[in-house]
Design a protein around this ligand. Sequence first.
Ligand code: 13P
Ligand code: SF4
Length: 324
Amino acid sequence: MSAVLPSSASLYDRVRRVIPPIEWPLFVEDIDAIQELKRQRNAVILAHNYQTPEIFHCVADIVGDSLALARKAMTVDAEIIVLAGVHFMAETAKLLNPDKTVLIPDLGAGCSLAESITAEDVRLMRQRYPSVPVVTYVNTSAAVKAESDICCTSGNALAVVKSLGAPRVIMLPDEYLAKNIAAQTKVEIIAWKGRCEVHERFTAADIRELREAHPGISVLAHPECPPEVVAEADFAGSTAAMSDYVARHRPARVVLMTECSMSDNVAVEHPEVDFVRPCNLCPHMKRITLANIRTALEENRHVVTIDPHVAERARWAVERMLFV
Ligand code: 13P
Ligand code: SF4
């Protein structure tokens, strides 16, 4: 324990269950520098639930799922927003804060879903299914959002689909999210073929093995998982919904079928819950580090910009979702 410096002791207390004492000194200097830079530059850090605990618990001002980050981005009272997450999240924050500077610490922090579809693909879908409304997952570029009627996240997808009152909707680009929503509504869902490279790797056999190894375990899955995984889970929901489930039910033992850092971040709040941790890393989320958050604030990079013609139409689709 002598490795923990006195100035950081209270912060370390919070994360001691998920960050070994030997690793903590590697983080302290960057954490102190980032806290000071936030004050100097009037900046806030928005961090997604998949960020590592030293970011999520030690430098972030606002944390949450994609929906919460979008909602809270609108209430930010600061000149600069640093988005500790992936590029589409930074674009969404910029759409909702056109007059603020939004920074993403690593431009390579992408998303396999966002990569799976282009604006031209959406235009072709509209030609193929005229007058069918297009619901677009926020895990897409601003250019794709601009071609859409409304956005959704995993946290509100069912409500968004129902809000349209249409017998058929096109739901892009996550095939599994679309199928998981289709299982909960009579609305006919026309899907795309995008996949999350992290969640598509979970299988129903994984769940059966977990239940055998840990009788009584609660299995929570993200709706980007294949439908057969969601069908065998005890609960499926967004990252925030999974976190709320653990807080409400306090299962003795739980597994979150999702990105690895999620369990660490929730475990910090719930020492009484035993987290079994087979998980898959998101290489895009993991591009964000304390070091590049610090550099982003020191050097004002990388500034997120969106073509104003695209931004206007994309903002409409995002804002419409926030009113559902
Ligand atoms: P949430 O909206 O549930 O936080 O999910 C975002 C994401 O990228 C999941 O892979
Ligand atoms: Fe995209 Fe999947 Fe990573 Fe989420 S976990 S950012 S959906 S690749």
